[in-house]
Design a protein around this ligand. Sequence first.
Ligand SMILES: Cc1cc2nc3c(=O)[nH]c(=O)nc-3n(C[C@H](O)[C@H](O)[C@H](O)COP(=O)(O)OP(=O)(O)OC[C@H]3O[C@@H](n4cnc5c(N)ncnc54)[C@H](O)[C@@H]3O)c2cc1C
Ligand code: SF4
Length: 327
Amino acid sequence: MHLDAFDLHQPTSVEEALALAQRHAGKFDFLAGGTDLLPNYKMHLNVRPHLISLDHVAELRAFRPEAGWLGATVRLRNLEGSSTLRRRYPGIAEAAEEIATPLVRASGTVGGNLLVETRCFFFNQSYPWRQALGFCLKADGDQCHVVPQKTRCYATFSGDLAPALMVLDAHAEIAGPGGRRRVAVADLYDPKGDGVRRTKLGPGELLVGVQIPPGAEHLKAKYSKLRVRPSFDFPELGVAVALEEKGGKVARLEIALGGLETYPRLMRAQTSPLVGERLTEERVKALSEDLVKAVRPVHNTFLAPDYRRKMTGVYVRRAIGALRSGS
Ligand SMILES: Cc1cc2nc3c(=O)[nH]c(=O)nc-3n(C[C@H](O)[C@H](O)[C@H](O)COP(=O)(O)OP(=O)(O)OC[C@H]3O[C@@H](n4cnc5c(N)ncnc54)[C@H](O)[C@@H]3O)c2cc1C
Ligand code: SF4
């Protein structure tokens, strides 16, 4: 496996990065830590001739956990190493420290993790391997081998940070040719898309950073992850929970799930009926059963979809139990 030649651009401001993106429209990728993009390029997955590095853009490196701001190129290592972040947002610190290996976390960034390519065992393969199978619609082909049809990709979203940010109602700041805007991280992903295009970022738009809203630091929050090898594997299931109880009743309960489908999902339809109720054992059990029914993993990662669905209920019950007991 080798990297084909590309032109590397190194802008020093967001405006310069956006101008380069317009000049090379359709022929570039933004490059952050490169821990996801460059291995994909080595496997000849959707390679572009121009890379616009974000590493020299000072604005993107801003890290202010005391104000809830995480710049797009803040390294994952900084998240796990910050005592302020861990105290204020323990779920984010837990998610960050479970991503990949220390070496990957030293280069991998917040933005790269939120926008990480989806995974599938028919996609994350070398060019000759994929060629032998006739390729697939996510790269070089026109059919899906997991759910046989030609219109939608079901590759799995395997980023750990997104669910932990979604339950805190964090917002992503996006810069593009039309200016800047903020969208909830929960709305950054596009469930109505074809699964190949993963997010609602428009052409030439980049992620500037993430703002966690004031008050989120008062929520109890937790992230837990199911994976095959605890030393470095991608999530086969990621469960983030944020909880606030007042007077023995639920004031706020958010659950977001990753590692199961093409997009991480905030499960409000299942959690909002519990607001104002006591969180009894029966209600937690019913909630976990509702969640198991709501998720639809497919067979394109290591563990079987049925097992991942069943473990969703187990992980949700455990996480809520841990938050309530303070363990
Ligand atoms: C061995 C290994 C194990 C891994 N395990 C895990 C794991 O357990 N959990 C997990 O979540 N991830 C895992 N990863 C995936 C990945 O490396 C990390 O998620 C990392 O956070 C990606 O960040 P990066 O800065 O390197 O992104 P890059 O590789 O630089 O970019 C990833 C994608 O995001 C785009 N992008 C990056 N920043 C921006 C921006 N600011 N604006 C617009 N587009 C942008 C790029 O164009 C590219 O499409 C693993 C990777 C490896 C190699
Ligand atoms: S889900 Fe289908 S289209 Fe998507 S990467 Fe896998 S085989 Fe390809």
